[in-house]
Design a protein around this ligand. Structure first.
Ligand code: UGA
Length: 437
């Protein structure tokens, strides 16, 4: 394969960083993944991945073996790269504001260790206006000649990140000049994929507004689900009927316990803060957040109502990950829901196909005190007063529900992801409660 120029990736061990690094290496670029976590770099070099993402492990091994993907803890190793991707985290501060300090310090560090100018391409999700502020920050420190800022938001989803890299929905690049934007878009632009070259602020806002729209779509369908339960309608059919309109489309119209995970809620809160700072109201987005927060309380209330209280009740919870095909529990709804069950006096046994212990879920031992971890859904259900579904894992859809009923002490399933057919469960004599059905 033709060897292309070198690219640098700062935060090369995170979800976005590692996918970016491995895929660019697969394309023939020498990918220099820089991260301060030397222990994790050693783990990768020994074959242990920092997280699971379908197809990524094979890609990392292949590109490391052919020498195109290299890991380093030395920022000076980035010198040979003309384009450097910033993929550090922007976690939420207690106010909801995105903490961009890692982005600033990464860019300053890169700039201070260069002799020529690099394009620093921000993949991290940052509030609108950040690139402009960083450019001024570099100017004040006399570093503008060593780093030029570009915004290139990432739209990949966990669980299909590698696939999304190869076939992105669009490529958005925000830069002060068209020439710079074209250079970045030219790194990888598969045929047929729309490319939007624009300003810093437009690119930054496209990312936030996209996540906020997806979040709002989920809250919209979850609000309609409330009415479905009152009027005897089935949200799954209603949702299908709505999504058949091509102007609406069927995606992100699955009702349930709402959106969770490390992105949608964080980005929605960050966007709300941006409205606050601009002294503008965001009534619709505030409502989307409130509806979502209410959803996780609602599912616990349903269980409580069915059981006539939760004190002393034994609950089996299926699903810890924030969605299927990932082992990520960061900001998963499962955590606050289990905490609510525990504080109401219930005991909880959990199962997740990919997370078999607090350590595998990268949870602190005392995050979920007293919770038991079961090796199978059947083991979790054994002798319990209810089964609560929180993640729509395909294997849960395939369960032999007759066997599950025989395991349960009380034949009750509360389904936060609407994965079963109510009629079939009723025939089996299972009391079934979904969301909006
Ligand atoms: C989201 C966006 O979909 C990506 O485009 C974006 O790049 C990413 O955030 C990011 O900013 O990094 P992700 O967080 O991986 O991706 O997960 P989603 O597939 O968006 O799902 C988020 C949550 O919404 C999950 O809890 C999922 O179960 C829930 N969801 C999704 C629903 O409740 N209903 C739906 O119809 C769809």
């Amino acid at each position: 394969m033709e060897k292309k120029t070198a690219v640098g990736i700062v935060g090369g061990l995170g979800h976005i960083g590692l996918i970016q690094a491995a895929c660019l290496a697969k394309l023939g670029y020498k990918s220099i993944a820089y991260d301060i976590n030397s222990a994790k770099i050693k783990d990768i070099q020994r074959g242990k991945m920092p997280f699971y993402e379908p197809g990524l492990e094979e890609l990392v091994h292949e590109t490391m073996d052919n020498g195109l993907l290299v890991f380093t803890t030395r920022v000076t190793d980035l010198q040979e790269a003309e384009m450097i991707f910033i993929c550090t985290g922007t976690p939420a501060l207690p106010s909801g504001e995105a903490d961009t300090s890692q982005v600033y310090s990464a860019i300053e560090e890169v700039a201070r260790h260069r002799s020529n100018q690099a394009l620093v391409i921000i993949k991290s999700t940052v509030p609108a206006g950040t690139c402009r502020k960083i450019a001024a920050f570099l100017q004040e420190r006399d570093l503008a000649a060593r780093a030029a800022v570009v915004s290139c938001p990432e739209f990949l989803r966990e669980g299909s990140g590698v696939q999304d890299f190869w076939k992105p929905s669009r490529i958005v690049v925000g830069a002060p000049s068209r020439e710079t934007a074209e250079k970045v878009a030219g790194l990888y632009s598969p045929p047929g994929i729309p490319i939007l070259l624009t300003t810093w602020e437009n690119a930054e806002l496209i990312k936030h507004a996209s996540n906020a729209f997806l979040a709002s779509k989920i809250s919209f369908i979850n609000e309609i689900a409330l009415l479905c339960e009152q009027v005897g309608a089935d949200i799954r059919v209603v949702s299908r009927g709505i999504g058949l309109d091509p102007r609406i489309n069927p995606h992100f119209l699955e009702a349930g316990i709402g959106f969770s995970g490390p992105c949608l809620e964080k980005d929605l809160k960050s966007l709300l803060r941006q409205f606050q700072e601009a002294k503008k109201e965001a009534k619709l987005l505030e409502a989307a957040l409130r509806v979502n927060e209410e959803k996780r309380r609602e599912i616990v209330h349903k269980l409580q109502a069915k059981l006539g209280g939760l004190r002393g009740r034994r609950i089996a919870v299926l699903g810890m990950a924030f969605k299927p095909q990932t082992d990520d529990v960061r900001d998963s709804h499962s955590l606050p829901i289990i905490k609510q069950l525990l504080s109401a006096g219930a005991s909880v046994t959990v199962h997740d196909p990919w997370i078999k212990s607090p350590r595998e879920g990268r949870l602190a031992e005392n995050d979920l005190p007293g919770v038991e971890w079961a090796s199978s859904p059947h083991a979790a259900a054994q002798g319990k007063d209810a089964l609560l579904i929180l993640t729509a894992w395909p294997e849960y859809r395939e369960l032999d529900l007759k066997q599950i009923k025989d395991c349960l002490a009380v034949p009750l399933i509360v389904d936060g992801r609407n994965i079963y057919e109510s009629g079939q469960l009723r025939e089996l004599g299972i009391d079934y409660q979904g969301v909006g059905i």
